[in-house]
Write a protein that binds this ligand. Structure first.
Ligand SMILES: Nc1nc2c(c(=O)[nH]1)N[C@H]1C(S)=C(S)[C@@H](COP(=O)(O)O)O[C@H]1N2
Ligand SMILES: [Mo]
Length: 396
């Protein structure tokens, strides 16, 4: 990667803190409806406008400076990514009447959320991260929302363990290989439903950790995040966590919906999506700096960030202040909330006046280390390269 380009890119990203400037400067114009003056859309009016960048009325990003201080991301600060308009806000008025159809089990059935709650309850802290988080750090101008680091959050999901429901329905059908979830949006007429339907399939092994979540961070799940109930697949990229889920199927094949067949596929720049390419399923090891982002004074400086292991537990984080020439072990400061959660980290160091390139590099329990660079791919998915995520600091 051309280092000069990535340096300019990060300096630029940190300085454009205004939402309007961010939208204009990243070339997003024309890719979707734009919220007026960066105002929050109605379904998210309760969110904290100061913590969010409003890219469009369907894509809200948490500001880098808002991430990391609390180990759990408050709902008011969590990013939003909608492919379609949400169901009516009234859908969460009485969550227990929401129905989900179960197929691909020995005894298929449709049940309300109220009935499903009888199968038990579990809480799983897990990172929710969009596949396109970090897209802005690629140099090939991948189309789509120019997320930097804030299309991610650490959330405590509470809901029904899906494996128990499947067990109660007699288990998975013999030929089942995938867990498929279908979103509950009303689809506009006149368009082939498969081109817009949010329906995702993940390998059936994911059933072990999956839940039908109806609370986040101890509060009822709002429409903005998939209420009344959403499929949560811990360790898997955001798109697999189907909101307002209305159908769960254990299927022999992956969904025929475009969002599964050809979208969310990793392929070289310029190549079309194809079902043979890797799907955005399990997440990878990743970390980034969240503070300081602006000129600190010389002396003792507390460098902070967040780190996640991806599909396996986080094991360690290192920090560099010289662009990766030398590294020091950081402390994991927040509580260990399990292998699917992220953890804040910190390094206290002394900085003299001067210019610094501050980077972080995480390693997970499988021994996967965050790479320096991440190969460009057509849609700009999955960036976890530490170099592009570094921040430039001038210490005065
Ligand atoms: N039904 C439905 N589920 C969905 C989506 C959607 O548009 N509709 N977007 C997906 C994508 S791409 C992401 S990144 C996450 C975003 O979750 P959030 O909006 O709660 O942050 O939801 C996923 N689940
Ligand atoms: Mo996403």
């Amino acid at each position: 990667m051309a280092r000069g380009i990535s340096l300019n890119r990060r300096t630029f990203l940190i300085s454009t803190s205004g939402a309007a400037a961010g939208v204009a400067a990243t070339g997003l114009a024309g890719t979707g409806a734009h919220a007026q003056d960066g105002a929050l859309p109605e379904y998210a009016a309760w969110k904290d406008p100061d913590a969010l960048i409003v890219h469009t009325d369907r894509t809200l990003e948490t500001r880098r400076e808002a991430i990391g201080a609390p180990p759990i991301t408050p709902a008011r600060e969590l990013f939003v990514r909608n492919n379609l308009p949400t169901p009516p806000l009234s859908a969460t008025d009485d969550p227990d009447v929401w129905e989900i159809a179960f197929e691909g089990v020995a005894s298929p059935a449709t049940m309300t959320l109220g009935e499903l709650k009888r199968y038990g309850v579990t809480s799983t802290p897990a990172v929710l991260q969009c596949s396109g988080n970090g897209r802005a750090f690629f140099d090939h101008e991948a189309s789509g929302t120019q997320w930097s680091v804030g299309a991610a959050g650490n959330v405590v999901w509470t809901g029904v363990p899906l494996a128990r429901v499947v067990e109660a329905m007699g288990g998975a059908a013999a030929e089942a290989r995938f867990l498929t979830g279908t979103g509950g949006e009303d689809l506009p007429p006149g368009i082939d439903p498969l081109t817009i339907l949010v329906e995702r399939s993940v390998p059936i092994e994911a059933l072990d950790d999956a839940l039908l979540a109806y609370e986040m961070n101890g509060e009822p799940l709002p429409i903005a995040h998939g209420g009344p109930v959403r499929l949560v697949v811990p360790g898997y990229f955001g798109v697999n966590n189907v909101k307002y889920v209305r159908r769960i199927a254990l299927t022999p094949a992956e969904s025929e919906a475009k969002i599964q067949r050809t979208s969310y596929r990793i392929r070289p720049v310029g190549v079309e999506g194809d079902p043979s390419q890797p799907s955005m399923w399990t997440m990878t090891v990743k970390s980034w700096i969240t503070a300081p982002l602006h000129e600190p004074s010389s002396g003792a400086v507390v460098i902070q960030g967040v780190a996640m292991g991806g599909a396996s537990a986080l094991s360690s984080v290192e920090v560099s202040t010289d662009g990766g020439e030398t590294w020091q072990a950081a402390e994991l400061t927040g509580p260990d909330m399990g292998r699917f959660a992220w953890r804040p980290f910190a390094l206290v160091t002394t900085l003299e006046p001067g210019r610094y390139t501050v980077a972080s590099r995480a390693t997970n329990a499988d021994g996967d280390e965050q790479p320096r660079d991440f190969d460009p791919n057509e849609r700009g998915y999955g960036h976890n390269g530490w170099d592009a995520h570094a921040v430039e600091l001038t210490v005065s």
